[in-house]
Design a protein around this ligand. Structure first.
Ligand code: ADP
Ligand code: MG
Length: 499
C-alpha cells in the first residue's frame, strides 16, 4: 500500500501543467490499462487514494484518464474545464507531490480538457499556477531537506499549503479560543504567552487548517521568516534517516534554526523514545531562543500515551486550546460560506438538510458539499433536496456517521414543522397546538425508536408512562379521523426517518 504523503520527504517542485487544445483521444481506464503510461498513472492513483476520502477519489480522480508518458511529461485527460480548475485549486499540492514521488523531480503533468461531442479547438492557453515556494534543496534530489541552507532566504521550505488561511476559516463557539490564540501567535510569533500553542481535538475539525494559517500569515508578513510545518511522523522519519546517513548533527542544527516550528499530530510521537528525546532538546533550544512552537494533537497533552512526562510538561507551558464539533448554526455558516467560495449558492433547504444530518466533522461537511457541487456542475443535475439526501447518504453511507435517531431529532423536526420553540414541548403548556406537537413527538418516538414509554416521558418533563400511552392513542385516533393531522404525521415520519 502506498504511504500517506505527509509522512514522506518530498520536495514540492515537481508538477507543472499546460492546458492544451481539445483533442479527442480516448483515454484508457486505469484499472485495465497495462501500458507503461497506465501502470505509472496507476501508481499515482494509489498514492492519491490513500490521501483523500473515498468520495473525493471517486469524484475527482477516477474520471481522469492517462494518455501518454513522454519526455518526462504525463498527459492526462479530464472531462471539463471546471474539472481541471477544481483539481488545480483543491489538489494541486497532492498532485504535485504524487508526480514527484512516482515520476521524479523533473516530471510535469499536462492536462487535456476533452469536452465530449465537440471537435472545436480551443485556443491554447496556460493557466497560471498558484505561487509555489521552491525548496532550496529541491534541485538536488538526493539532498536531505534539512541540510542547512547557508543564508537565510525567503524561499525556505515551509511545506505550507497556501489554501489554508485565516480568511477562509470560519470561527465560532466551537473553535473560538483556538482561533483567537492562533491569530495572536501569527501577529507576534514567539512573543506571546502562547508558546507553545497546542491545539487539540478530533479529526477533521480544522487543526491543520489553523496551524497552517498561522504559518501562511507569518510568511505573508515577513518573507524572510523561517517557518517550518511538519508532522510528528515526518519528523520521526527524517530523524531515522539522519541517523542512518550519519547526519544527526545537520538534522538537529536545521530544526534548531527555524523561527516557527509547527508539528502536526504529536500523538504519533507515542513510543518513539529516541525521537522524543531529540524533539525535547529541539523544543528547549527553540523556546530558549524565543522561537515559536505550534503543535496539534488529537487529545489534550496530559492524555498523550507513551510520551515522556518531561515533554508533556513542556507542552503545557503555553496555551492549550481545544477545537470542538461545530454546532448546528456553525455547520450552516460553514456550508454557506464554502458554497459561496465555490461560486455556487445552495438553496437554504439543502444547506439546512446537510447541516442537520452531517454532524461528525467539518471534513465530512466539505465532502458533502464537494460531491453535491460535482453532481450539479458535472452531471448537470438540479440542486434539489432529493439530491442532497442522496449525497448525504453517499458520504455518510456505511461509515455509521448518521447518528441513530433520537428524541432531539424528533423534537427539532416537529417543532420546526409546527413553528414552536422547542422548549415548549417539554414544558407544561396545555395550549392545543403545543399539546398536539408534543403528542406527535411521542407517537413518532414510539414508532421510530426503541425507547420505552418511560424513557419517552422523561424527555417531556418526566411525564409518566400512562400519559405517554394516552398521547400515542390520541394520535392513533386522529390518524383515522383527522386528515390534516394524519398528513402532518406522515410527512414528519418521512422527514425524521430521512425517508
Ligand atoms: P484536522 O487537522 O483537525 O483533522 P483539518 O484542518 O484537516 O482538520 O480540516 C479538515 C477540512 O475541513 C479542511 O479542508 C479544512 O479546511 C476544513 N475546515 C475545518 N474547520 C474549518 C473551519 N472552521 N472553517 C473552514 N474550513 C474548515
Ligand atoms: Mg490534521
Amino acid at each position: 500500500m502506498a504511504k500517506k504523503l505527509d509522512t514522506l520527504n518530498l520536495f514540492p517542485q515537481a508538477a507543472k501543467e499546460v492546458v492544451t487544445p481539445v483533442r479527442m483521444v480516448a483515454g484508457k481506464d486505469p484499472s485495465t490499462d497495462q501500458s507503461e503510461t497506465g501502470k505509472l498513472w496507476k501508481q499515482c492513483l494509489d498514492i492519491i487514494r490513500d490521501n483523500v476520502s473515498q468520495q473525493v477519489f471517486k469524484t475527482w480522480f477516477e474520471p481522469i484518464r492517462s494518455i501518454s508518458w513522454e519526455n518526462r511529461e504525463m498527459t492526462v485527460q479530464v472531462p471539463s474545464q471546471f474539472f481541471y480548475e477544481w483539481l488545480e485549486e483543491h489538489y494541486y499540492g497532492l498532485l504535485q507531490k504524487t508526480i514527484y514521488q512516482v515520476l521524479g523531480a523533473h516530471a510535469r503533468l499536462k492536462y487535456e480538457v476533452v469536452v465530449e461531442n465537440t471537435t472545436e479547438t480551443l485556443e491554447q492557453r496556460t493557466i497560471k499556477l498558484p505561487a509555489f515556494r521552491q525548496s532550496p534543496a529541491s534541485s538536488v534530489q538526493t539532498q536531505l531537506p534539512f541540510t542547512p541552507t547557508a543564508p537565510v532566504q525567503a524561499n525556505f521550505p515551509a511545506y505550507l499549503n497556501p489554501r489554508y488561511t485565516f480568511d477562509n476559516f470560519i470561527n465560532g463557539e466551537s473553535n473560538q479560543l483556538a482561533f483567537s490564540a492562533a491569530q495572536a501567535v501569527s501577529e507576534n510569533p514567539g512573543r506571546t504567552r502562547f508558546n507553545p500553542l497546542v491545539l487539540y481535538g478530533n479529526t477533521g475539525l480544522g487543526k491543520t487548517h489553523l496551524v497552517q494559517a498561522i504559518g501562511n500569515r507569518i510568511i505573508e508578513k515577513n518573507r524572510m521568516a523561517r517557518v517550518l510545518y511538519t508532522t510528528s511522523e515526518r519528523f520521526t522519519m527524517e530523524y531515522v534517516n539522519a541517523i542512518q546517513s550519519n547526519k544527526v548533527n545537520e538534522f538537529t542544527a536545521f530544526y534548531r534554526s527555524v523561527d516557527v516550528l509547527i508539528v502536526d499530530d504529536i500523538q504519533f510521537f507515542a513510543g518513539k523514545e529516541k525521537t522524543q528525546d531529540n524533539f525535547f532538546h529541539t523544543f528547549n533550544s527553540l523556546h530558549q531562543q524565543g522561537k515559536q512552537l505550534i503543535l496539534t494533537s488529537d487529545r489534550p497533552p496530559k492524555e498523550l500515551q507513551d510520551v515522556d512526562d518531561r515533554l508533556i510538561s513542556r507542552f503545557q507551558w503555553g496555551l492549550t486550546a481545544d477545537v470542538q464539533l461545530p454546532d448546528y448554526e456553525m455547520r450552516m455558516a460553514i456550508l454557506q460560506r464554502k458554497s459561496l467560495d465555490e461560486g455556487m449558492e445552495m438553496p437554504l433547504a439543502i444547506v439546512e438538510y446537510i447541516a442537520r444530518h452531517v454532524t461528525s466533522s467539518v471534513r465530512e461537511l466539505e465532502g458533502c458539499l464537494i460531491s453535491l457541487i460535482a453532481k450539479v456542475s458535472l452531471d448537470g443535475r438540479e440542486a434539489t433536496l432529493d439530491l442532497a439526501k442522496e449525497v448525504v447518504r453517499g458520504v455518510t453511507g456505511g461509515s455509521g456517521m448518521l447518528r441513530p435517531l433520537n428524541m432531539d431529532d424528533i423534537k427539532e423536526e416537529v417543532s420546526t414543522y409546527y413553528g414552536l420553540p422547542i422548549d415548549l414541548l417539554a414544558g407544561k403548556t396545555r395550549k392545543h397546538e403545543v399539546v398536539l406537537a408534543r403528542q406527535v413527538c411521542m407517537y413518532l418516538a414510539k414508532q421510530l425508536t426503541n425507547m420505552s414509554l418511560k424513557s419517552i416521558g422523561s424527555h417531556f418533563g418526566g411525564r409518566d408512562h400512562t400519559t405517554v400511552l394516552h398521547s400515542i392513542q390520541m394520535i392513533e385516533n386522529y390518524l383515522d379521523t383527522d386528515r390534516t393531522v394524519a398528513q402532518s404525521v406522515e410527512l414528519l415520519r418521512k422527514k425524521v426517518s430521512h425517508d
